[in-house]
Design a protein. Structure first.
Length: 217
């Protein structure tokens, strides 16, 4: 799990902070501290503290401008306003990456529209995504990349077992399709790393359908 993502979600555990966040993101324009404090019925100093904590967590972004249209000398200092940050936050336990499989499927459909057979197009898109996620290295690099994606890999003898499927709900409903994408993606990572691992479809209860077989040196 990304610590920053977890911290961002944890910042919303406080009920006052959650109420302020929900108020800010529901507004079409940026919100000032006084308005937010009045809306959730907390003192101004409390609103200031929690709004700035939400900025630190990456959930809100601040901007500074004068309210009421006043400009020039005597208009006073700009107000600090808040709006939703552009960054997306998502935490799932166990880890899920439906954004990644959506990217792969979209890439496969685009290839198929250009005349590539759909099955081949999806394999190509998954392999390309795997190579894009990889950096050259060794077996430990391969394992690290899969950890980042959420596969929860562990090495046992000459096999890399994957304890989690980041696309689990889709794999349950469309097993053959998603397991094939998994295999192509993991192989793409192995090829990108250059670690001599072959991704094989070997379903086993409690594990992802793919295993990485490590070639002998």
């Amino acid at each position: 799990m990304d610590p920053a993502q977890a911290a961002a979600v944890g910042a919303l555990a406080d009920p006052t902070r959650l109420a302020l966040y929900e108020y800010v993101v529901a507004r079409a324009d940026a919100v000032g501290r006084e308005e937010a404090a009045a809306a959730v019925e907390v003192p101004l100093h409390t609103a200031k503290f929690h709004l700035d904590r939400l900025v630190e967590a990456g959930l809100l972004t601040p901007e500074f401008r004068r309210l009421g249209g006043r400009t020039g000398p005597g208009a006073g200092r700009p107000n600090k306003l808040y709006r939703r940050a552009d960054a997306e936050v998502a935490v799932s336990l166990p880890g899920r990456r439906y954004d990644l499989v959506g990217h792969i499927l979209a890439g496969g459909v685009e290839r198929a529209a250009d005349g590539v057979v759909l099955h081949d197009a999806l394999d190509e898109a998954a392999g390309e995504a795997g190579r894009a996620a990889a950096t050259p290295g060794d077996l430990s690099t391969f394992v690290s990349v899969l950890e980042d994606v959420g596969f929860e890999p562990r090495v046992e003898d000459d096999t890399v077992l994957l304890a989690n499927c980041p696309f689990d709900a889709l794999a349950q409903a469309h097993t053959e399709l998603v397991c094939g994408l998994n295999r192509a993606f993991v192989q793409g990572v192995a090829d990108g790393v250059g670690c001599g691992v072959t991704a094989c479809l070997e379903p086993e209860p409690g594990l992802c359908c793919v295993k990485g077989r490590v070639s002998s040196p």
